[in-house]
Design a protein around this ligand. Structure first.
Ligand SMILES: C[S@@+](CC[C@H](N)C(=O)[O-])C[C@H]1O[C@@H](n2cnc3c(N)ncnc32)[C@H](O)[C@@H]1O
Length: 269
């Protein structure tokens, strides 16, 4: 079991939790589109409102990254609550019968899409530390009539699932928010079966950007300051045991920082 963060790390995690609690509450209250209350609460360097009314934000984060067909029959609250930077369910190429875990599941969009892809013989878990997001996600699952899902409270640095519990780990714009990324990578490896894989969307920095230069481009809670560089991601994945790691930039979010697809495999032996 990994230890709870202390000091500055605990403060940052509390800020992250507070921001995303606010975002979930606004979606639940139906005020997400009309208020600046949650300004800078989304994954974005320059948020003018959490629905991404800023045009470049809209292209980089949130519901606009899903094709209309895949999100069509999901509850509007699940789609509106989308704060990710990609579509990891498409990245992970899920199959019937697989068990999937979404780290930082938010309002549940990727868990619900995963549940649909893996079908009744599969299962999708979401883990999130924020009570308001968990309530929203559970309500969305009920509205969608999806039953092969569970939303579990926990930290992605200490995943509340046993070893080898899932075939695939996905995540959408969350790992950059962690104050202990090596622990998250090690936990992903632990909960995967041998031969399991990760398909992750995240913000990733070009290698030449220092930590200070990343922080100049956006806040920690806005998914920018805490982003790993491409080399840091690749090295971190290899260190915990993954093979064939790759980081593919998909679109630039802000100068030198990109939404990216991260893939890797847990070896069979
Ligand atoms: C940017 S939102 C993304 C939500 C969702 N993946 C999506 O695409 O809409 C980040 C989510 O991760 C959760 N989160 C952030 N850090 C976390 C941590 N260390 N452990 C568990 N959940 C975390 C937040 O509560 C929030 O729901």
């Amino acid at each position: 079991m990994n230890e709870e963060p202390t000091g500055q790390e605990a403060k940052l995690r509390d800020q992250v939790r507070a921001r995303y609690a606010e975002a979930a509450t606004a979606v639940t209250a139906g005020t997400r589109n009309t208020t600046l209350l949650i300004e800078d609460s989304c994954c974005s360097p320059t948020v003018s409102s959490c629905d991404g009314t800023n045009a470049s934000t809209k292209r980089s984060f949130g519901a606009g990254l899903y094709d209309a067909t895949s999100a069509a029959d999901l509850p509007v609250e699940a789609v509106e609550a989308s704060l990710g930077c990609g579509n990891p369910t498409a990245v992970a190429e899920l199959h019937e019968g697989e068990r999937v875990l979404d780290l930082g599941s938010g309002g549940g969009i990727d868990v619900l899409l995963s549940a649909r892809r893996v079908g009744p013989t599969g299962f999708a878990y979401g883990v999130d530390m924020t009570d308001e997001m968990l309530s929203l996600a559970r309500a969305n699952a009920t509205k969608a009539g999806v039953t092969n899902v569970a939303f579990v409270k926990g930290a992605i640095e200490d995943i509340p699932l046993p070893h080898g519990a899932v075939d695939v780990v996905i995540s959408n714009c969350v790992i950059n928010l962690s104050t202990d990324k090596p622990a998250v990578l090690a936990e992903m490896f632990r909960v995967l079966v041998p031969g399991g894989r990760i398909g992750i969307s995240d913000v990733v920095a070009e290698d030449h950007l220092t930590a200070e230069e990343r922080a100049e481009r956006g806040s920690y809670v806005g998914c920018i300051a805490g982003a790993l560089s491409r080399s840091e991601y690749l090295e971190g994945l290899v260190t915990v045991g993954f093979t064939d790691p790759s980081v593919e930039f998909t679109h630039e979010v802000i100068n030198g920082m990109h939404a990216a697809i991260v893939r890797a495999t847990k070896p069979v032996v």
